[in-house]
Design a protein around this ligand. Structure first.
Ligand SMILES: *Cc1c(COP(=O)(O)O)cnc(C)c1O
Ligand SMILES: [Zn+2]
Length: 424
């Protein structure tokens, strides 16, 4: 059963059939999946979601596939929980984390979009998939392509973190490192994609791929008890995740799944060294000026964001705002989350935490209002970013006196029998 009518231009509204296309031939606007919401309303319900699989496919009716999903069956339905320690440190009463950095095949939110994109690529009859990536998408496409038996070409900027390169290579795709930044990689990929009959995940099948990000928003609303929070802080690269979280909340509202109207404010979190969307929001600018990225947050280093305008509009519609954080603040954000909640996130998560800190200081997020932080990737993949700022282990010789000399500052613990009795 399919609820997808086709594709529709986001600008002029022109309709297109379900194909591997992404721009409007008439106005060059980007295309979006068009659903039959009347049919969905009749056949989909909260009860059905609750009975569904513990994966993102519990929202299958709101995803752009025609048949059953075939790829990424374990993606999604990641942990969502209320924090105690971090909330206290940030001075908030009600702080939640949506954690896509663990419990996911390749430890980032990209396992959502790739599950949807490759299931769709299969339906459309492709045998080869490809992507341009800042790292996490490379990991997710390589892994899912290996499992699903697609041929796979991946294009990355040559200076990515080691773990993202190794984690991709191990799945044996053809990995192409381009001497340039992501925007160079993306431009080249569009040219290559026009020549080869491949499903280019974030180019010709981007309208389908992007829909996968809605599930991040669906899960927040469901896991919060069919409500949306007062604030969500979201790291942005192309701006797609942010745009689709907004769409997800609005779809749940439209279908009557929520207890009350959506009054959520969205916040775009980016690095000072690459923050074209946040900058435009903070300057209330109509245009998004492309930037040359220079930040440790490589997963977010897109200087010319494809969905920048839509993300900016979603932030304005929601009454939200944005933040820009320095590399030092990102490192502090990573460490703060680890020290308080035991979660080791990558640089993008550091951007989220640091941005939240800033938004609270500026009074944009108030202590009494419910807030969700989007933690989208795992820290083991970006160890270079904080290795130098976490100190090093204390090395000792394998004996107790060395331990006491070097670790306990020369303190000699009394022998067991000399210790005062500890029982009451
Ligand atoms: C890709 C990515 C994002 C943001 O992606 P969008 O392009 O804005 O949808 C956020 N966090 C991590 C870890 C990512 O890999
Ligand atoms: Zn158009």
């Amino acid at each position: 059963m399919s609820y997808v009518k086709g594709l529709k231009c986001r600008e002029c509204g022109r309709a297109y059939p379900k194909q591997a296309i992404y721009v409007c031939e008439y106005c060059f606007g980007s295309l979006e999946v068009d659903y039959d919401y009347e049919a969905i309303r009749k056949n989909f319900s909260k009860e059905k979601i609750l009975k569904g699989p513990k994966s993102l496919w519990r929202y299958r009716e709101l995803l752009p596939i025609d048949g059953d999903p075939t790829v990424g069956l374990s993606s999604g339905f990641t942990p969502f929980f209320r924090t105690k320690n971090l909330a206290k440190r940030l001075g908030l009463d009600e702080l939640y984390i949506k954690d896509d950095s663990s419990c996911h095949p390749t430890w980032s939110f990209k396992d959502r979009v790739v599950a949807v994109a490759l299931s769709k690529a299969r339906e459309l009859g492709f045998d080869t998939v490809a992507c341009a990536s800042t790292g996490n998408l490379a990991n997710a496409v390589a892994a899912h392509a290996a499992q699903a038996g697609f041929k796979c070409y991946i294009f990355i900027p040559a200076d990515l973190e080691l773990a993202k390169i190794v984690g991709t290579l191990v799945c044996k795709p053809t990995l192409v490192a381009v001497e340039g930044n992501y925007d160079d990689v993306n431009r080249l990929s569009a040219e290559i994609g026009a020549k080869y009959p491949w499903a280019f995940v974030n180019i010709n099948i981007r309208p389908y791929y992007a829909e996968g990000s809605k599930t991040f928003g669906f899960e927040i609303a469901e896991q919060l008890g069919w409500k949306t929070p007062a604030h969500v802080v979201i790291p942005a690269a192309s701006g797609s995740l942010l745009t689709k979280i907004w769409k997800a909340f609005k779809e749940f509202e439209k279908l009557g799944f929520l207890e009350s109207k959506v009054k959520t404010r969205l916040y775009c979190a980016q690095a000072t060294g690459c923050g074209p969307i946040s900058r435009a929001i903070l300057e209330k600018s109509e245009v998004i000026r492309p930037e040359k990225p220079k930040t440790i947050a490589k997963s977010l280093a897109i200087g010319n964001p494809a969905d920048g305008y839509y993300a900016k509009d979603a932030v304005f519609q929601s009454g939200g705002s944005a933040a820009l954080v320095t590399d030092e603040e990102i490192q502090e954000g990573i460490k703060l989350l680890a020290e308080t909640e035991g979660i080791f996130t990558e640089t993008a998560g550091g951007v989220t935490v640091a941005s939240a800190l800033k938004l609270i200081k500026e009074g944009k997020i108030k202590p009494s209002e419910s807030t969700v932080l989007a933690i989208t990737g795992n820290g083991l993949k970006t160890q270079e970013a904080i290795q130098k700022s976490v100190g090093s282990p204390i090395t000792i010789e394998p004996n107790v006196s060395s331990f006491e000399a070097r670790v306990m500052g020369g303190y000699n613990a009394p022998k067991t029998e000399e210790r005062p009795c500890r029982s009451k």
